[in-house]
Ligand binder design. Structure first.
Ligand code: C2E
Ligand code: CA
Ligand code: CA
Length: 392
């Protein structure tokens, strides 16, 4: 943040200028003016502590009014980057609504202007249509989110289980738990669509707790029916990690069940891991409690080797993008070999995901990979089918 000074009467910016900074008034008065019916008109007089020029930061369009120093003023500059990176990170629904509100605001100021600035009826019509299409997108997302909220209450979410095979003995060692949503109105919704939505709101928190309850029940059920102690690998979203309740609730639920902490593995995406203290806390908590941590999709994010050095994981999961062309692509083989050797050297086991054929499996076996997951063994299946697979 830097300060700028303007003398009384000086222009700070003009209507139509390209704007990439906003200002906070530290001292003095600022007039916001526009031209209405050929007449310069003061829209607003702003004082210390108020902000102006922020609209241009949000949608990058030209200044919709002019700003003049009414007295000598001192202003703090807010740069576009500061605002835009926050908007880029914002909840997608909020972002859409913000753009909608901005567009609407500009449309209305456009109407106020005289013919000099000349916003034609066509322009306004086009802007209106853009605005309406954005609003529809925002409304669609909001609807989908309400359907998900209600669907969760109505019991429309289910868990599927995909076997993770111990490649040494070809036995099922555990399953990855994968969330499914069959909406009574919309039918099957892909996880890639509804999970990011649940993650962008706080809905993933209650859903995550429900998944944990189900998973603990499943482990007990499997023990009762098959006599086997298997593990379940649960995907954990970034929102859950940064939620202060997640770990205490997890610990309490596991302690209340007869399940050993080592039977619940937490799969965490590399990219959601290392935003400061939350991650460190998580890693220490898991180590103390005996809960294995899996770093998911390793290599597709930052592939930050310092993570592997500084934090103890149980398992590295090799992303399916490295496995897919393993039989034809030498580079993928080199990457898999390096990942497996590195993991073993640092006392971690490896799981390769997305194994679809025998050739890929052979190569991974030769490279010494410990576990495998993919359509070659089984797609994700419902609980009954998962139990049946254990009884073969
Ligand atoms: P992921 O954690 O990388 O999950 C593996 C995905 O690969 C799953 O997709 C699985 O069905 C798919 N897959 C398994 N075997 C094969 C194969 O041989 N070939 C190919 N091409 N794909 C295979 P799915 O179930 O659509 O899940 C997508 C993503 O949604 C997951 O990616 C995970 O990031 C997220 N997700 C799923 N369930 C949960 C959940 O309970 N909580 C959270 N936070 N995220 C979840
Ligand atoms: Ca996963
Ligand atoms: Ca994965």
């Amino acid at each position: 943040l830097q300060n700028r000074r303007f003398l009384a009467g000086e222009c700070i910016f003009r209507e139509g200028d390209k704007g990439n900074i906003a200002y906070i008034i530290e001292k003095g008065l600022v007039e916001i003016t526009t031209v209405v019916n050929d007449c310069p008109t003061v829209l607003n007089t702003l004082k210390e502590g108020e902000m102006f020029g922020e609209l241009a930061l949000v949608d990058g369009s030209p200044r919709s009014a002019s700003a003049y120093a009414k007295t000598d003023v001192v202003l703090t500059v807010v740069t576009g980057e500061q605002v835009r990176s926050r908007i880029d990170d914002a909840d997608p629904i909020l972002k859409l609504l913000l753009i909608v509100v901005m567009k609407y605001f500009r449309l209305e100021t456009g109407r106020l202007r005289n013919s000099k600035i000349d916003i034609s009826t066509e322009d306004i019509e086009q802007k209106k249509q853009e605005y309406q299409s954005k609003i529809r997108q925002a409304i669609d997302l909001i609807r989908l989110e309400s359907d998900l909220r209600n669907g969760f209450k109505r019991g429309e979410l289910t868990l599927f289980y995909q076997p993770i095979i111990n490649l040494k003995n070809n036995q099922i060692a555990g399953f990855e738990v994968l969330l499914r949503w069959f909406c009574h109105k919309r039918g099957h919704i892909a996880p890639d669509i509804f999970i990011p939505l649940a993650e962008s709101t706080s809905l993933i928190i209650p859903i995550g707790e429900w998944i944990l309850d189900q998973a603990l029940d499943t482990i007990k059920k499997i023990k009762t029916i098959t006599g086997k102690d298997i593990f379940l690998s649960i995907n954990v979203a970034e929102k859950q990690i940064s939620d202060g309740n997640f770990l205490p609730v997890l610990k309490e639920k596991i302690n209340q069940s007869m399940v050993k902490p080592s039977q619940i593995k937490l799969e965490i995406l590399e990219r959601s891991l290392f935003e400061g203290e939350d991650a460190l806390f998580l890693v220490e908590f898991c180590r103390d409690f005996g809960l294995p941590l899996v770093i998911d999709d390793f290599g597709t994010g930052y592939a930050n080797l310092a993570y592997l050095k500084n934090f103890q994981f149980d398992t590295v999961k090799i992303d399916k993008c490295f496995v897919q062309n393993l039989d034809s692509n030498c580079k993928d083989q080199t990457i898999c070999r390096a990942l497996i050797d590195l993991s073993h050297g640092l006392n971690m086991t490896t799981v390769a995901e997305g194994i679809e054929n025998e050739k890929q499996l052979d190569i991974l076996l030769n490279l010494g990979c410990n576990f495998g997951q993919g359509y070659l063994f089984s797609p994700p299946v419902c609980l009954e089918d998962a139990i049946a697979l254990l009884q073969i």
